[in-house]
Design a protein around this ligand. Structure first.
Ligand code: NAP
Length: 302
């Protein structure tokens, strides 16, 4: 099968088209012919040399932890899925590929009204946002501050928090402010003067923060709310000493099904910024590494 993989750690250029043996579904697993896969900051870290816990040090390594495609093989004991089923799902690595093999618990049916590009990049950002909001408990009457609100996690977090009844302030560059308004957030520019701008946008105060940016965003947040009312997705090193939360929840097919249902009902819009063919994964990484832009970058697998 075709994959995009790297044999040495490094810059985006180490990510290349390669051929690998097509995996077979074992007991409890499904094999999926991938149609699209999401590209994440997580994948960039993997390419740069970070090995997620529990992963062998072997190279070449195929990044990618979210995908959508068509089930083409089911292992012994799998009851809920059959060849031909359209699904979306997740794994730790390995999704920049023509085929993935995952436990059947890692996939959920793709709603008919969801495009392949949306489905391929839908899993990680939406589930992360959902988990973070569960921890923060932000709801009716609360004002939530979302840093990096135009990104993948932010796009989902703004909409999910709005549907729970919270007022949402989102940080982004000026050119993404209309986008944030369209999601339901009050936009605020990041950079010097951030704290004053947030205070002006939230005269009643901020109740909770989802930090998708780190650095200045976290420093300012600590002056606005108690540390335990912050979830940071970025500053894992500083979180414990500061008393700030990191995400504890796990990805679940049931959670994903709920979020996909919200999407097809029109309650969770998902913006695909750009789709690259699998062979151009290095360009997709360059774009994600630049850390600017709206919504999600995906790879399409022809
Ligand atoms: N995706 C996941 O499931 C997941 C899971 C766990 C952790 N994380 C972490 O969460 C962070 C966000 O992930 P993502 O997938 O949403 O990233 P992303 O889609 O690549 O989004 C990056 C966003 O960051 C914004 N940004 C850049 N610098 C900023 C700053 N100083 N202040 C505020 N916003 C800024 C950009 O907005 P502008 O274009 O307006 O600059 C852009 O929209 C990453 O650090 C990632 O590693 C992600």
């Amino acid at each position: 099968m075709k994959v995009a993989a790297f044999s040495e750690f490094g810059g985006p250029e180490v990510l290349r088209a390669m051929e690998m043996e097509t995996p077979e579904a074992g007991g409890g697993q499904v094999r999926v012919r991938v149609r699209a896969a999401g590209v994440q900051p997580f994948d960039v870290a993997v390419r740069q040399g970070w090995t997620p816990p529990g992963v062998s040090g072997d190279l070449p390594r195929v990044p990618g932890n979210e995908f959508a495609g068509v089930v083409d093989q089911v292992g012994a004991g799998v009851t809920g899925f059959a060849p031909g089923d359209e699904v979306l799902g997740f794994d730790l690595l390995g999704c920049y590929a023509e085929y993935v093999v995952v436990p059947a618990e890692n996939v959920t049916p793709k709603p008919a009204g969801m495009s392949w590009e949306v489905a391929g990049g839908f899993t990680a950002g939406t589930q992360t946002a959902h988990i973070a909001l569960e921890q923060l408990g932000a709801g009716e009457g609360d004002t939530l501050l979302v840093h990096a609100a135009a990104g993948a996690v932010g796009t989902a977090a703004v909409q999910l928090a709005r549907s729970r009844g919270a007022v949402v302030i989102g940080t982004a560059r000026q050119e993404n402010h209309d986008y944030l308004r369209s999601l339901g957030a009050v936009p605020v520019a990041y950079g010097e003067g951030l704290e004053e701008r947030v205070r002006a946008a939230a005269p009643g105060g901020v109740d909770a923060v989802l930090d998708g940016a780190g650095g200045e965003a976290l420093d300012v947040s600590l002056r606005l709310v108690k540390p335990e009312r912050i979830v940071t997705l970025v500053e894992h090193g500083r979180a414990a000493e500061l008393g700030v939360q990191t995400t504890r929840g796990v990805r679940l097919a049931s959670r994903l099904a709920e979020l996909a249902e919200l999407h097809v009902r029109g309650a969770l819009a998902w913006h695909v910024r750009r789709a690259y063919p699998l062979e151009r994964a290095a360009e997709a990484h360059r774009e994600v590494e630049a850390r600017h832009g709206r919504g999600k970058v995906v790879l399409t697998v022809g």
